[in-house]
Structure formats: C-alpha cells, structure tokens
Design a protein around this ligand. Structure first.
Ligand SMILES: Nc1ncnc2c1ncn2[C@@H]1O[C@H](COP(=O)(O)OP(=O)(O)OP(=O)(O)O)[C@@H](O)[C@H]1O
Ligand SMILES: [Mg+2]
Length: 236
C-alpha cells in the first residue's frame, strides 16, 4: 500500500472547478515531484492533502485512512506537515517561537528538543538567529524556517510548496540538498517546484499537472529525458 494515495480528487473554488480528478500516489521513502505551470493546481493539490482545502469529490488515503473529512490539525497529528508557498512564517514572533509552534501536536517535549537540535543542524543559520523576529529574516532564511517549522511536527510525509521560489541560485542548491538529507532521515517528500530540473534530479518519480489534470506520470529520470517535458518545463 502506498503511503499517500489521491483518487479522482476534484476541487472547486466557488463555482470554478480547478482540479478535475487528480490521481497520485506517494510511496514510503520517496521524493515525488509535482510540476506544472502557474495556476495548474499544484498548491491546491497539497492544500487538499493537508486539509486546508476541501475537495468536492474523490478520496485521499494516508496509510489507508481517509483524510477527506479531517481538520488540518488532525492531519498534522497523523504525520503530514506542510511548508506552504510563500513561507508564511509569523513575522512578529522569533525564530524559536515559530519552530515551537510547529510542534503543537507533540506531547513529548524531550523529543521535541531533539528534533529542534536536528533542525539547527540542518539549518545552522536558524540557530544563529533563533532570538530574531522571523519578519526580519532574509527570504532564504524564512524558507529554512518554514521547512524547520514543518519538521517540528515530526512528519512522515513532508509537503513542500515551492521551497526554492525567489532564492539566489546558491541557496536554491543548498535547499535542495537539505531536502535530500531530510529524506535520507526517513521523511517522505511531496515536492512542488517551478525549478523542474532540480526537482526531477532529486525526485524518484514525478507528476506533471496541466490545468487541473495529471498529464504525465513517470520515473523522474524518464521525465528528465522526455522531449515534451524538456520543451515545456526544462527550457528545451
Ligand atoms: N482561493 C482561491 N480562490 C479562487 N481561485 C483560486 C484560489 N486559489 C487558487 N485559485 C485558482 O485555482 C487554480 C489553481 O491554483 P493553484 O494555486 O493551485 O496553482 P499552482 O499550480 O500552485 O500555481 P502557482 O505555480 O502559481 O503557485 C488557478 O486557476 C488559481 O487562479
Ligand atoms: Mg502554487
């Protein structure tokens, strides 16, 4: 059984349907890339999994449990955490406060402290700036914080929405390397990215979304080599 399975997921915003029956699966241990142009429905797909958007049809199974009626905090408790598009850190709170908020569902405070140490190992910048207000961080540091905050929930599945958006090239590479490290520590990853080439180099498999439909699904290496994908998403 896959860790996560989306079957025929449909989402409407008002009267407009934006996901037209998404089928997607993520196996335990994988990094799965979700690619597509602006407005294709990538974020909406992730928000459906995390319970922040309610599909009007379909099924989302996480370890065989249907998530469709669960409030988002219950989804976090089950082991799914999201680093949202645009980071959305709490600017008026410190780095440390933001991170601790991410652990709202963890009762074992000693374990949370170990997770915090791990996050500071992953992102030494966050350790240096732990007392600083999140709103004063650079874009790259806020991205680290958003990922760190999600990891504080000790997820088995991490949903990453455009972690490299707006970052300088050197930082982009470092964020992708960190995603690999996180995955090697046993966290399964569903990764939304505009940076398709880097995402496919990291991923095991990938999906391509076009206007609310999955139009391709394959091993990441096959997508990287595919002429249509190269033309549309990899700059030829
Ligand atoms: N809250 C909303 N209300 C109405 N329409 C929305 C809302 N959020 C997204 N949409 C529309 O739904 C469609 C899918 O949007 P979504 O944000 O999921 O795409 P995306 O692939 O993440 O795009 P991007 O690459 O720009 O982040 C788009 O047409 C978008 O305009
Ligand atoms: Mg998006």
């Amino acid at each position: 059984m896959a860790l996560l399975t989306l079957s025929d997921i449909r989402v409407r915003y008002g009267s407009v349907e934006v996901l037209h029956g998404i089928n997607l699966r993520v196996e335990e241990g994988e990094i799965v890339a979700l690619l597509g142009a602006n407005g294709a429905g990538k974020s909406t797909t992730l928000l459906s999994v995390s319970g922040l958007v309610r599909p009007c049809a379909g099924e989302i199974l996480f370890e065989g449990r249907n998530l469709l009626r669960l409030p988002s905090h219950e989804v976090v408790r089950l082991g799914i955490a999201q680093s949202p598009e645009g980071r959305r850190v709490f600017g008026a709170m410190s780095v440390l406060e933001n991170l601790r908020l991410g652990a709202f569902c963890i009762r074992d405070t000693a374990r949370s402290e170990r997770t915090l140490e791990w996050i500071f190992d992953l992102f030494p910048r966050l350790l240096e700036r732990r007392e600083q207000l999140a709103g004063t961080l650079s874009g790259g540091e806020q991205q680290m914080l958003a990922i760190g905050r999600a990891l504080m929930a000790e997820p088995r599945l991490l949903l990453l929405d455009e972690p490299s958006l707006g970052l300088a090239p050197l930082l982009v590479r470092s964020i992708f390397e960190t995603v690999r490290t996180i995955n090697e520590r046993g966290v399964t990853v569903l990764l939304v990215e505009q940076n398709a080439r880097a995402a496919l180099k990291l991923a095991t498999r990938g999906y391509v979304l076009e206007v609310g439909n999955v139009v391709m699904e394959d091993r990441a290496a096959s997508l990287l080599a595919d002429a249509n994908v190269r033309e549309a998403y990899l700059g030829g």
